[in-house]
Design a protein around this ligand. Structure first.
Ligand code: URA
Length: 232
């Protein structure tokens, strides 16, 4: 199976050189039909969204313009989890809308996934000042919201982007470079977790995009194995 034209295009957008390494980049993109549905939020989602919007459980509520709840398909097979909103996300109320978000979209498209087909959330719902790392107490205050989102979505795979997401989801202090290349499980749910670099890091260190593409290929394999096992 060779790369599709659009996959090749998005790999180039990701900055992965597809010319000399084509055979090593061979991948079969996931195919999930894009279903345009009139979307009505049910009570559980509406209630959770409201609780997040009003949350004052940590100091970050003082500096926020708004909370960043998460966006996407409530029944998504893929849940993407990042760190925390940045300035642009705080302004727009949506995760990954800045430069890193554009790269994340390309990473997803390289896997055959449109942004609307996945759900995107963060470890924190509020922006930490000056984009500093989240404090443990902030993560603890926010974690129940993310857990409820995961329970509602019941994704088939979680893609943790970046060190903060990976370490907090998997309750470890292992450096992200050492976590890559393995499949994990989120808490007691049995949901597989795959770890990759944060797109903001990839923008600063474009040579690492190749590794990130390996992670995405692994995530596609894990996803396909999961749905195959479910349909057996
Ligand atoms: N970085 C993140 O981890 N999340 C966002 O929503 C934006 C940038």
């Amino acid at each position: 199976m060779s790369l599709t034209q659009s996959q090749e295009y998005y790999l180039q957008t990701m900055g992965v050189d597809v010319y000399w390494s084509k055979d090593r980049l061979i991948a079969d993109p996931v195919s999930i039909p894009v279903v345009e549905t009139e979307f009505e939020e049910n009570e559980a989602w509406g209630d959770l969204r409201q609780r997040v919007a009003k949350c004052q459980q940590c100091e970050l509520h003082r500096g926020r313009k708004q909370t960043v709840f998460g966006v996407g398909d409530h029944n998504a097979d893929w849940l993407i989890i990042g760190e925390a909103p940045g300035a642009e996300e705080d302004k727009q109320g949506e995760p990954f809308v800045g430069r890193a978000g554009k790269l994340l979209n390309s990473m997803l498209l390289a896997c055959g996934l449109q942004r609307e087909q996945v759900f995107i959330a963060n470890i924190l719902k509020c922006r930490p000042p000056n984009n500093r790392d989240p404090h443990a107490q902030e993560v603890a205050a926010c974690s129940a919201y993310l857990r409820q989102q995961i329970d509602l979505i019941q994704p088939k795979i979680i893609l943790a982007v970046g060190r903060i997401a990976a370490q907090n989801l998997l309750q470890t202090e292992t450096p992200i470079g050492k976590m890559r290349g393995q499949q994990y499980e989120y808490a007691d749910t049995g949901i597989p977790v795959v770890v990759t670099y944060h797109p903001a890091y990839l923008l600063r260190s474009p040579r690492e995009k190749r590794k990130s593409w390996q992670d995405l290929q692994m995530a596609m394999r894990v996803y396909k194995k999961t749905i195959h096992q479910e349909t057996k």
